[in-house]
Write a protein that binds this ligand. Structure first.
Ligand SMILES: [Zn+2]
Length: 66
């Protein structure tokens, strides 16, 4: 199936039987990101984590319990 990257509008073709294709079909709200953009986002996230200003919360409730 053809998919369009939500960030750079690049058209990619992915295997119809791949997990990603199935996910996109079942949940149209799930957006596709090409590997290049995915990589970029991952790098940005890593950089933010390194600054210590950005934190991931596994669960908001467990944080509230502190
Ligand atoms: Zn992209």
């Amino acid at each position: 199936m053809k998919v369009k990257c939500v960030l750079c509008d690049k058209i990619d073709v992915i295997d119809d039987e791949s997990l990603l294709a199935k996910r996109l079909r079942n949940r149209p709200i799930h957006t596709y990101m090409c590997p290049e953009c995915h990589e970029r986002i991952t790098e940005k996230t890593k950089a933010r984590l390194a600054t210590g200003k950005f934190r991931f919360y596994r669960s908001t409730t467990s944080e509230d319990d502190w």
